[in-house]
Design a protein around this ligand. Structure first.
Ligand code: AMP
Length: 288
């Protein structure tokens, strides 16, 4: 199917009933892009992948209160639905599910989907309850939408692993597909939270990428010690006074257990988190 043949009017649905009706008889395969809105080129890349690989593309826009471990972070999360819908339209998304909180979590809702080991370190340790909120909402969306494919950003590498585990364990057949991180020209990974950075913080934020690249270069040059690679990242972040580091990690790419040594042939994940003022950013780089 070429793009000119494709229907580009995006239909917006807000209730489970409208969603069911909107999905009845759509051409398959169906590709899903879950988002919290304030869409940027990273989200666009996921939509483009869904459009390329699937006959029907659906995006969801829902700022999920259950995945925010800080109420203030939820309150100030950026929102602009009109702009988001225009972007979905530009990207040829067929259907947008933009529900209210009660539509996702109806009154009396009382279940938590809690993934085990892979959800515990890194973001799981830094943000208690975060991955319970993510796994719960994505399980609901997977169930309601029954997509063939769901596209997620490698930028949130641990999130992809948590969702894969959840879908496998709950026997949800939607295939979880990780897509490359989209970056600004200076290396900063696109994030809805970047809007909160003041100009000095914005100028400082690419230090995350530089730290990952420094460690990746050390690894490519033969360094296999986890401590040495973690130290390489710490040293770069320490040069940036506006960055307050949270963690640096060299972990097994399948389990996220911290590594003493990076084993050749097994995937590993370099990752880190830091605050710039009140804004917390994360980034990662797979190696091996
Ligand atoms: P969010 O709206 O932040 O929950 O993100 C929705 C989806 O977009 C998630 O799968 C993210 O991993 C993905 N995403 C966010 N930022 C980027 C990026 N810079 N590159 C690629 N995907 C991204």
């Amino acid at each position: 199917m070429t793009s000119t043949e494709r229907r580009t009017t995006t239909r917006v649905v807000r209730t489970r009933a409208e969603l069911r009706e909107g999905l009845a008889d759509v051409p398959r395969p169906l590709g899903l892009v879950p988002t919290m809105g304030w869409l940027h080129a990273g989200h666009r890349s996921l939509m483009q992948r869904a459009r390329a690989d699937d006959a029907t593309a659906i995006a969801t826009i829902f700022v999920n209160p259950r995945q925010f471990n800080e109420a203030a972070d939820f309150q100030r999360y950026p929102r602009n639905e009109a702009r988001d819908l225009a972007i979905c339209e530009e990207e040829g998304v067929d259907l947008v599910f933009a529900p209210g909180v009660d539509e996702v979590y109806p009154p009396g809702f009382d279940t938590v989907v809690s993934v085990g080991a892979v959800a515990r370190p890194l973001e799981g340790a830094a943000r208690p309850g975060h991955f319970d909120g993510v796994a719960t909402v994505v399980a609901i969306l997977f169930d309601l939408i029954a997509a063939d494919h769901a596209y997620f950003g490698q930028k949130d590498a641990q999130q992809v692993m948590v969702i894969r585990q959840m879908a496998r364990d709950l026997a949800i057949p939607t295939e979880v597909i990780a897509c490359p991180t989209v970056r600004e020209p200076d290396g900063l990974a696109l994030s809805s939270r970047n809007v909160h950075l003041d100009p000095a913080e914005r100028a400082a934020a690419p230090v995350l990428r530089r730290a990952l690249v420094a460690a990746r270069d050390r690894w490519a040059a033969g360094e296999r010690s986890g401590d040495a690679l973690r130290q390489a990242m710490r040293a770069v972040v320490a040069e940036e006074p506006l960055a307050t580091p949270a963690y640096v990690s060299v972990a097994d790419g399948r389990t996220l257990a911290e590594l003493d040594r990076v084993v050749d042939g097994g995937p590993a994940l370099l990752s880190l988190a830091a605050r710039f003022g009140s804004t917390r950013l994360i980034d990662n780089e797979p190696i091996g």
